[in-house]
Ligand binder design. Structure first.
Ligand SMILES: [Zn+2]
Ligand SMILES: [Zn+2]
Length: 342
C-alpha cells in the first residue's frame, strides 16, 4: 500500500476517499478534519468539522458559533472510525489545540503533520513523533540556513532594548493566535512582571488561553487615549499594526517583530522592524529532518514551504519523497486582517 491510495491532492486540499473528508480544506466542504486554528488551515462554512476541542473553540471565537453545522471533538490519542478509515489526533506543538492527524486504512498508517515545531512552548502540548509508513509534513523553514535560535535569548534582546530605552514603548508584532501568547509566556519566564499591553485584535484569544489555564499575567487591552502614557511598556499587536498610525501614538516607539522570517534581514527592513526577534512556531531545518527520521516513514510528502531541499535530503536517505506544492498555506498574514476586523 502507499499514501496515494489513502490521500489524493485536490484543488481544495488533501482528500481522503476512504473517510470522505478533506484535511484543512481551502473552501467549504461536507466534512473537514482541521489540524489547528490558523486561518490558512481552519476556514468557516464546512458542514462538519472534526478537530480538537481547543481548535473548535478557537474557530468559534474567530468565525462565530455558526462556523460549521456540526462539530466533532477529536480527543488526543483516541481512535475514531470515519467511513472506511480510522483517525487519531496527536499534539503538534504549534499553537494551543494544534494536532497532527493520523489515518489508518488496512494496516497502513499515514500522519499529516499540519504546522508543527519541536521547540518547547509553555502555551501548548509538545509535539509527539508518531511512527508511520507515510509522513505528510510542512516545510515552511525547509532550508539548512534556517536554524532557529533559543527563543529565551530573543526575548532577552527585547528586555535589553527596554533597559536601554526606558522611556520608549516597545511595540512587538506577533500573530494573534499562538505567537502572541507564547511571547507573553516567555516574558513571564524571563521574570518580566509589568502588565503586557495588547492590541484589541489579540484580546479574545489571549483571554481564551487564560481560561484554558495558561497563566500569562496581566494583559490589559490598550486604551487608545492612554497610548501617550505607555512609555517604557511592552505592547503586543498583530504584525501589520506596527507600521499603523495606531502605533505612532506611543512615546517614541521601538518597533519589534517576532517571526522565523526575522532571520531574513531584508524582510525585517521591508516590514519596518527595528528590532527583529527570531521566534518561530515552525520546525527549523534540523527539526524537520529529526522528525522525519523519528517517524520511521518510508514515504514523505511535503505539503508547503521550502519543499525541494527536504525532498532531496529524504531521497538521499532512501525515502520515497515528493513535494505537493499546495497553494494557500503559509499565509498566516491573513490572520491579522481577520482579527483586526473582528
Ligand atoms: Zn499555523
Ligand atoms: Zn500554516
Amino acid at each position: 500500500m502507499s499514501a496515494s491510495q489513502i490521500l489524493t491532492q485536490t484543488p481544495l486540499g488533501l482528500y481522503c476517499a476512504g473517510g470522505d473528508f478533506h484535511l484543512d480544506p481551502m473552501r467549504p466542504v461536507p466534512r473537514a478534519l482541521v489540524t489547528h486554528g490558523h486561518s490558512d488551515h481552519a476556514r468557516s462554512g464546512h458542514d462538519a468539522v472534526m478537530a480538537t476541542a481547543q481548535t473548535l473553540d478557537i474557530m468559534a471565537l474567530r468565525y462565530g458559533e455558526d462556523f460549521t453545522l456540526s462539530r466533532q471533538v477529536a480527543v488526543l490519542g483516541e481512535w475514531t472510525r470515519v467511513g472506511a478509515v480510522r483517525v487519531r489526533f496527536h499534539p503538534a506543538g504549534h499553537v494551543l489545540g494544534s494536532a497532527q492527524i493520523e489515518i489508518e486504512q488496512g494496516g497502513f498508517h499515514l500522519v499529516v503533520s499540519g504546522d508543527y515545531k519541536r521547540a518547547i512552548d509553555p502555551t501548548c502540548l509538545p509535539f509527539e513523533p508518531v511512527r508511520c509508513h507515510a509522513f505528510i509534513t510542512e516545510a515552511t523553514f525547509g532550508l539548512p540556513v534556517f536554524r532557529h535560535p533559543d527563543a529565551a535569548d530573543e526575548i532577552g534582546k527585547l528586555l535589553a532594548s527596554r533597559a536601554l530605552f526606558p522611556e520608549r514603548t516597545h511595540i512587538l508584532g506577533a500573530y494573534a493566535l499562538g505567537k502572541a501568547q507564547r511571547l507573553m509566556a516567555l516574558l513571564r519566564a524571563a521574570g518580566y512582571d509589568r502588565p503586557i499591553y495588547v492590541h484589541g485584535a489579540l484580546e479574545k484569544l489571549t483571554a481564551y488561553y487564560g481560561r484554558q489555564g495558561i497563566a500569562l499575567g496581566e494583559t490589559p487591552k490598550v486604551v487608545a487615549a492612554e497610548r501617550p502614557k505607555l512609555g517604557g511598556e511592552i505592547v503586543i499587536c498583530p504584525p501589520g499594526a506596527i507600521k499603523d498610525l495606531w502605533a505612532r501614538k506611543f512615546p517614541d516607539p521601538v518597533t519589534a517583530a517576532a517571526s522565523g522570517w526575522m532571520r531574513v534581514r531584508a524582510r525585517a527592513r521591508q516590514k519596518g522592524v527595528e528590532l527583529p526577534l527570531i521566534v518561530s512556531d515552525h520546525a527549523d531545518w534540523e527539526a524537520l529532518c529529526t522528525t522525519v527520521v523519528e517517524t520511521g516513514c518510508e514515504e514523505l510528502w511535503v505539503t508547503h514551504g521550502e519543499a525541494d531541499a527536504l525532498v532531496h535530503w529524504a531521497g538521499t536517505r532512501g525515502l520515497d519523497a515528493k513535494p505537493l506544492h499546495l497553494i494557500g498555506y503559509g499565509e498566516e498574514t491573513e490572520d491579522e486582517m481577520l482579527d483586526a476586523a473582528a
